[in-house]
Design a protein around this ligand. Structure first.
Ligand code: KIV
Ligand code: ZN
Length: 510
């Protein structure tokens, strides 16, 4: 029997973006979408067009420019949401309107304040409206796994009748377990009379660490589409991770007899790009793409691997696209070599962006002898992430030591004016942050401060990621430099600029 092809619906740009601090701008989303296209994703959920102007523009740009796949836009079961999604998707090769409404009693009572019949009516109306705009409509029964099963079957039947061609049964709160989810999908398949007219989709969150296990269980029960994200990023504990689902199907064909269209040797690049752009570091022991996923530490394992890799390896690193040797560029590398390397790393940049990144690369070769792939990814992701800057860091200098009080002098440009101040602190970074806070008069609170060395060696670039919050708005900022204190200052200024932009946009939307 030939293998079933399971459709991959990637929601990194929508549910993934809902990870705290992972907000992406249009260009960042576009770069990821291009990478997802090369990975051969079937459906890219590009955003939630009604949520903000930025979301609308991202969905529109991806729909206009990424061809040969389906681009989906999320909306609630409301006319304005549906029309906005339709507008954003109008030039897509294949556009899909994705409608979500909750079906569990707890959501109906406390969130929607609607009864079961009202939800069915609103769903039918929404699907019909969407079908008048596009022929591809997906319906999601939010919190399906905590909904009454017969009610879920009823609403599923009705939305299929109204024209939905994909019906999604999300485990919104990551509550279900593999056996129960298998039973639920089987129940729906047996009880919904017109289920053969739609694809059953599953969407699992990872609150109990079961997102991937539940997804695989649903595939066994007959689901034909899975919703997932790169690196498993997403709301709370995240979504089921794409790379784990895809590689489980590949590695265990006898169990699943199913495969995907994914070009697996592009997984690693995509994972790195998403991590760089969102600032969400992949844990070293993460399955498939973590730094340690193919590292063998115990002597007995190393001995086995040297004799035959199959002793301790169930997949080959090259299947995922993990490079076997690192390409190193340096002072004498030219623009052409740099550009070729960018393409190999999965970037697809405009000439202007390449020129800017090349200048940064040259600056870096003055500071460090060898420039690794990781350094290039860092430089380039900063270029992609460039935003309108309310504050620019012009200069920073430090003094201090074991016996002297740490002091930072900071010069920034704001509204074409040069502002300068000094501050003391509990260490150089603290002093720099105090000076920046004084100059910008920020009221934000620093929630997270993380330093990472991009490569090894004392001349390595340090990358700092910060998360700041003001009035419930959380943003991330990153900075990279061979001097980690400078990187920290750049990251803080970057976060303040993002905050200013986000607050401005929110005010415009309200
Ligand atoms: O988790 C969820 O229920 C969702 C829906 C929008 C599918 O993200
Ligand atoms: Zn979700």
């Amino acid at each position: 029997m030939s293998k079933r092809i399971i459709k991959i619906f990637d929601t990194t740009l929508r549910d993934g973006e809902q990870s705290p601090g992972a907000t992406m701008n249009v260009e960042e989303k576009f770069q990821i979408a291009k990478c997802l296209q090369r990975l051969k994703i079937d459906i890219i959920e590009a955003g939630f067009p009604i949520a903000s102007q930025g979301d609308f523009e991202a969905v529109q740009k991806i729909a206009n420019e990424i061809k040969g796949l389906t681009v989906a836009g999320l909306c609630r079961a409301r006319d304005i949401d549906i029309d906005r999604a339709g507008e954003a998707l109008k030039n897509a090769d294949n556009g899909r309107i994705h409608i979500v409404i909750a079906t569990s009693d707890i959501h109906l009572k406390h969130k929607l304040k609607m009864d079961r019949n009202q939800v069915i009516e609103a769903s039918i109306k929404a699907v019909k409206r969407a079908r008048n705009i596009l022929s591809d409509v997906e319906f999601s029964a939010e919190d399906a796994t905590r909904s009454d099963w017969d009610y879920l079957c009823k609403i599923t039947e009705e939305v299929i009748k109204a024209g939905a061609s994909t019906v999604n049964i999300p485990d919104t709160v990551g509550y279900t377990v593999p056996q129960e989810y298998f039973d639920l999908i089987t129940y729906i398949k047996n009880k919904v009379p017109n289920i053969d007219k739609a694809v059953i989709s599953v969407h699992c969150h990872n609150d109990l660490g079961l997102g991937v296990a539940n997804t695989l269980s649903a595939i066994t029960a007959g689901a034909g589409q899975v919703e997932c994200t790169i690196n498993g990023i997403g709301e709370r504990a995240g979504n089921a991770s794409l790379e784990e689902i895809v590689m489980a199907l590949k590695t265990r064909p006898a169990i699943y007899n199913a495969d995907t269209n994914i070009v697996t040797n592009k997984i690693y690049k995509t994972s790195r790009l998403v991590s760089k752009i969102t600032g969400m570091v992949v844990q070293p022991n993460k399955a498939i793409i973590g730094d340690n996923a193919f590292a063998h530490e115990a002597g007995i394992h190393q001995d086995g691997i040297l004799k035959n890799r199959a002793t301790y390896e169930i997949m080959k690193p090259e299947d995922i696209g993990i490079p076997s040797n690192k390409i190193i560029l340096g002072k004498h590398s030219g623009r052409h070599a740099f550009k070729v390397r960018l393409t190999e790393l999965g970037f697809d940049l405009s000439i202007e962006d390449i020129d800017r990144a090349f200048e940064k690369f040259k600056d870096l070769t003055d500071q460090k002898k060898y420039v690794f792939d990781e350094d290039i990814e860092t430089i380039v992701s900063k270029e992609i992430s460039r935003i309108e800057e309310a504050y620019q860091l012009k200069d920073i200098s430090f003094s201090g030591g074991m016996s002297a009080n740490p002091k930072a002098k900071v010069v920034i440009i704001h509204k074409e004016e040069e502002l300068e101040t000094e501050a003391f602190g509990d260490g150089m970074i603290d002093a720099a942050y105090k000076a920046i806070a004084k100059l910008t008069e920020t009221k934000s609170k620093l929630n997270k401060f993380e330093v990472q060395s991009i490569t090894g060696g004392t001349d390595a670039m340090g990358e700092v990621t910060v998360m700041i919050e003001e009035k419930g708005v959380i943003v991330r900022g990153t900075g990279a430099h061979t001097d980690v204190t400078v990187a920290a200052a750049i990251a803080y200024i970057n976060a303040l600029n993002r905050l200013e932009l986000k607050i401005k946009r929110t005010q415009k939307n309200n």
